[in-house]
Write a protein that binds this ligand. Structure first.
Ligand code: ADP
Length: 531
């Protein structure tokens, strides 16, 4: 371009110079004109060549620019492509992030729901273990689920072959009343093919995530029933069997009245777990009640039987004494001896009956306690004197260690004597040789009475049971020795009644030491203890 511009300037300048020269008349000949024309052609040729070169150069430059532009556009396209794929990647990443957020939120919701369920089950375990009372347990079951898990909960149990609604809980006290009225007016029978009766009959749970009006209309027995059902605003419900020890005791119904709470499979599994625990607690309470009833029956039987035996036995002892004293006629030495044996046996029987009666009274909580100042040595001497003949008969030494005559305690002297007699009699019964020693001493705020023997001792595993009523270590030996199996049980109950305790240390074939520990001065509430 620059060349073309230079050539143009040169040609124009030359033409101007020539022109001017001609105009001025310095060159006038035809040669000069020819020369001028030739020069003009020459200069035009040079200019044209220069212009062509310039055009070529310009074209080359334009070509180069085009090429550059093309490559730039390719590059741009590539960049656009890259940007596009980056955008897509970003969009993909965004979508993934959103999915991750949703799933994290879902996981959080599941974790929160899981925690709530765990709390419910934990609470259920705690509440259900806290009582063995049947009514308390049943009521607690209904209350457990409301309001965290249900708005309305009922417990229906099979009682003597009939379905009885034993507990109702509702978030709204007015609707709780309606629910009770509903059951009173339309009680469940075992026949219907759906609802609580079907669950109890089959042992299979039932869940309706969304309860519709048609469903209510289907189960309603009459228009009033339907109106009552509608009034309870049932949205979603589950009925689960209450099964314990392979027996369906009843059914737990959980109802949601909130549109947002729709029961699903997870809720059903929680409900089943809750119902299982509740059923076990209710069954335990039922068994406990039955055991108490059986125990009461046993105690009543023992009391009645003992009283009935005691009356003729007292008569036997009375007539024996009349005969022995010769009031009804002369008695030979041999007859006197036999009458004495009758009396000893009768007295043993009487002692056993009295022990049973005492056990019955202590069990029933009707044994009165009279606290008074008691001289420890006096009670010990009394008990030793009572058991001494029995010990002498078995060739055993029975003695009391020196006891401070001034040692006093506030207790029931009769019961303390009874305990010591029981322990000393056992020591004599279960010792074949050696000594039986009784001691009493002050230990802190208590007074301790100990009975030591050198008898057969007691195995470690038997030690836990010897204080149980009617429990004896070895039936055959004990049968030979005799006894009701109530002595230690009564002794422990009496000690506890006096605010103390009985403990034992024993080694087989070495001997046993029983220890009665009583408060020297029992706290005030014990002072007034009476049936
Ligand atoms: P019982 O003496 O009428 O059988 P107890 O309740 O007094 O009933 O005692 C329960 C059991 O404890 C006895 O049968 C006996 O096996 C064991 N026992 C009690 N005292 C002793 C003792 N001093 N030595 C060994 N065993 C004993």
């Amino acid at each position: 371009m620059r060349v073309a511009r230079g050539a143009s300037i040169v040609v124009v300048a030359a033409l101007i110079v020539l022109g001017v020269t001609l105009v001025l008349g310095t060159v006038t000949s035809s040669v000069a004109v020819v020369a001028f024309v030739l020069l003009g052609y020459l200069l035009m040729g040079v200019w044209l060549v220069a212009m062509a070169a310039s055009a070529r150069a310009a074209r080359a430059v334009a070509d180069a620019a085009t090429t550059q532009l093309r490559s730039q556009s390719v590059e741009l396209e590539a960049q656009q492509q890259e940007t596009k794929s980056l955008t897509q990647e970003l969009e993909h990443a965004n979508a993934e992030l959103e999915r991750a957020i949703i799933s994290a939120e879902g996981a959080r919701d599941v974790a929160i729901a899981g925690e709530a369920r765990m709390r419910l089950i934990d609470e259920a375990s705690r509440v259900l273990a806290s009582s063995l009372d049947y009514e308390t347990t049943v009521a607690a079951v209904a209350k457990l689920a409301v309001p965290t898990f249900a708005d309305w909960c009922t417990v229906d149990l099979l009682v003597d072959g009939e379905i009885k609604q034993l507990a109702v809980a509702h978030v709204d006290p007015v609707r709780a009343r309606w629910a009770r009225e509903l059951n009173a007016k339309y009680p469940n029978t075992l026949d219907p093919a759906t609802g609580v009766p079907a669950v109890i009959r089959t042992g299979e749970p039932m869940m309706i995530s969304e309860v519709t009006d048609e469903m209510l209309a289907h189960v309603a027995r009459d228009p009033e029933h339907l109106a009552m059902l509608r009034g309870l605003e049932i949205r979603s419900s589950m009925i689960v069997p209450m099964t314990a020890r392979e027996r369906t005791l009843g059914a737990l119904m959980l109802v949601s009245t909130q549109p947002v709470r729709r029961y699903g499979d997870v809720d059903l599994s929680v409900a089943l777990d809750l119902a299982r625990r509740a059923a076990l607690a209710i069954d335990n309470a039922r068994l406990y009640r039955a055991a108490l009833a059986a125990n009461d029956a046993k105690t009543n039987f023992l009391a009645t039987m003992s009283h009935e035996l005691r009356t003729p036995l007292t008569a036997i002892i009375g007539y024996d004494e009349l005969l022995a004293e010769g009031i009804t006629g002369p008695v030979t030495g041999e007859q006197k001896h036999q009458l004495d044996r009758i009396r000893v046996s009768a007295m043993q029987l009487l002692a056993m009956i009295d022990e049973i009666l005492l056990y019955v009274r202590v069990e029933a909580g009707s044994e009165a306690v009279r606290f008074e100042p008691v001289v420890a040595k006096g009670v010990v001497d009394d008990a030793v004197a009572f058991v001494a003949p029995m010990a002498a008969e078995r060739g055993l030494t029975l003695r009391a260690e020196p006891i401070d005559a001034a040692m006093m305690l506030r207790t029931d002297a009769g019961k303390l004597r009874q305990m010591l007699v029981n322990l000393l009699s056992n020591a004599v019964k279960f010792t074949t040789r050696g000594d039986i020693v009784v001691s009493a001493f002050v230990h802190g705020h208590t007074v301790v009475f100990e009975v030591r023997d050198t008898g057969i001792g007691i195995d470690r595993e038997d030690l836990e049971h010897i204080f149980d009523a009617f429990w004896q270590v070895e039936q055959t030996a004990t049968r030979r020795i005799g006894g009701s199996g109530l002595g230690l049980s009564v002794t422990r109950r009496l000690a506890q009644l006096l605010g103390g305790e009985v403990t034992v240390r024993s080694e087989p074939y070495v001997g046993s030491t029983f220890r009665v520990e009583l408060p020297a001065s029992p706290p005030t509430p014990l002072e007034t203890r009476s049936p």
